[in-house]
Design a protein around this ligand. Structure first.
Ligand code: ZN
Length: 243
């Protein structure tokens, strides 16, 4: 329309901005790091044992002819980099692009956005983790969202949990979005493994922490009812112009 400017913000950018804003309002700082990373930061410093199957949980793009160098498979190496140069207490949130060498389909892309959080302080418990996530989801969805924690495994946390939120569409009674379960898996989290703190020179007897990570693409798909993740990366203006 003549004389009028329409600004459309990509759904991924919208979700990143909203998530970051929610955590900054809680006092988190924003941190970042390189997308091309060393195995040292991507795996070793995060308690992935050498030659342990845990490394195969993530299909890695290795850089040809550059030893031990890869496209980061998660935003967690930023945790290790941050802890090396900062003394606790701290709370950071890390938005960024990550890469996995896997076949693409409606729910998988080779690159995707992740947002990671890390809090280290004294007397930090699972209760703080749960309270922080509840506050965040309330901020993101504009109402109280019940959550539940299920035991899970990630090498860099102990204990580790998967976090489900009550389905925002049906309120828990069961629908197509939640596959009739009433719950939607939203992120992975846990208490920072003492080995991860030790690897960055932080005394786990004095300091504890929690970490969490979520796929931004997944949150955007849920929030905007987008059913194919690949749409988010085509650059098709017909998608973006709806936002
Ligand atoms: Zn539902």
């Amino acid at each position: 329309m003549k004389g009028k400017t329409f600004v459309h913000i990509h759904p991924l950018t919208r979700v990143v901005n909203d998530v970051v804003r929610a955590f900054v309002s809680l006092g988190f700082e924003v941190a970042g790091g390189p997308e091309m990373e060393s195995a040292y930061y991507n795996f070793d410093k995060l308690n992935f044992p050498k030659d342990h199957p845990a490394r195969d949980m993530q299909d890695t793009f290795w850089i040809k002819d550059v030893p031990n160098t890869l496209l980061r498979t998660h935003t967690s190496p930023v945790q290790a980099r941050f802890m090396e140069v900062h003394k606790p207490p701290f709370a950071i949130v890390v938005p960024g692009k990550v890469f996995r060498n896997e076949a693409t389909d409606v729910t998988h892309e080779m690159q995707f956005f992740q947002i990671e959080g890390l809090v280290v302080g004294s007397d930090i418990t699972m209760g703080h983790l749960k309270g922080t996530l509840e506050h965040f989801l309330k901020n993101l969805f504009g109402k109280d969202v019940p959550i539940r924690l299920r035991p899970s495994f990630f090498p860099f946390v102990e204990p580790g949990v998967e976090v489900d939120m009550q389905c925002f569409k049906c309120g828990g009674s069961g629908c197509a979005t939640c596959k009739k379960t009433g719950w939607i898996e939203i992120l992975g989290a846990g208490m920072v493994h003492p080995n991860v703190l030790l690897a960055s020179g932080i005394d786990p007897k004095k300091w504890q922490g929690f970490a969490f990570g979520m796929g931004v693409d997944r949150v955007a798909m849920l929030r905007y009812g987008i059913d194919d993740v690949r749409l988010l990366y085509t650059g098709d203006l017909r998608l973006v112009s709806q936002f």
